[in-house]
Every structure is written in C-alpha cells, then in structure tokens.
Write a protein that binds this ligand. Structure first.
Ligand code: CO
Length: 134
C-alpha cells in the first residue's frame, strides 16, 4: 500500500529564518512560502534528490502546529508523509485494521494540490503519519 516517502515535516518557530538557513548554510533549494489556511500553516519545501523536507510554521494560535511548538519551542520533527495510489482504499483498509484517521476521516487537499489524510500518532509508534495520494 505504501509508496515513496514524499516528505519529512519539521515544525519551525520562524519560517523565514529556517528557510534562509536551508538556502544559505545548507545550500539547498527552497520553494516560496505557501499559505494553507485549511491546515493552519505556512509551508516551504526543501527539494532533495530523493525526497523533500517540509518546513511548517503556524498561521495563528489555533493552528495545531502552535500547540506542537508550545511543547517544542525550538521546533522539531512533526510528521512523515508516505505516498499511496488510492487514498480512500488506504483509509478504509487502515480503519478496518483499527487505525484512527484524524479529523472527519475525509481527505483534505494538501500542499501539492493532492488529497491527504493524517493518522493518529498513538497508533504508529508516536509518529504522526500523513498519506498523500499521488
Ligand atoms: Co506534510
């Protein structure tokens, strides 16, 4: 069911500073910031040869990332994103296996204009998992 690792996401307290660090200190290719109101975040992607890193900054205090940064003020690894070919089939399989899908269980449109879902970290060794249909 799982395809490629699409990205690893890191929550950051200052997206501009983190982007500048990746661009200059790490000499990486960083995309322009993208505001995703439905997810409560602004994101950039670092394009690597084999995958991407997503940097996440909360849009406001209501953002789920704001709560994460309250616990991890200097930032930290937030989720991993795996690709799937059919997100509804993947969701139905996971629910039948007893995994919890976050939110109302319906895919939302993610940063790549593709449907995404998140799975409960307590069901996956303490790791928040995003599935993206490709
Ligand atoms: Co993501």
């Amino acid at each position: 069911m799982l395809g490629r690792l699409n990205h690893v996401a890191i929550a950051v307290p200052d997206l501009a500073a983190a982007s500048a660090q990746y661009r200059t200190m790490l000499a990486a290719e960083v995309t322009e910031p993208q505001v995703l109101p439905e997810h409560g975040v602004t994101v950039v992607f670092i394009n690597l040869p084999n995958t991407k890193i997503e940097l996440l900054e909360p849009l406001d205090e209501a953002s789920p990332i704001a709560a994460f940064l309250a616990k991890n003020p200097s930032g930290g690894m937030h989720h991993v994103c795996y690709e799937v070919e059919d997100i509804l089939a993947a969701r139905d399989h996971l629910k039948a296996e007893g995994a919890r899908v976050l939110g109302d269980g319906e895919p939302k449109i993610g940063a790549h204009n593709k449907p995404v879902l998140f799975l409960h970290p307590k069901d996956f060794n303490g790791t928040l998992i995003e599935l993206e249909q490709v």
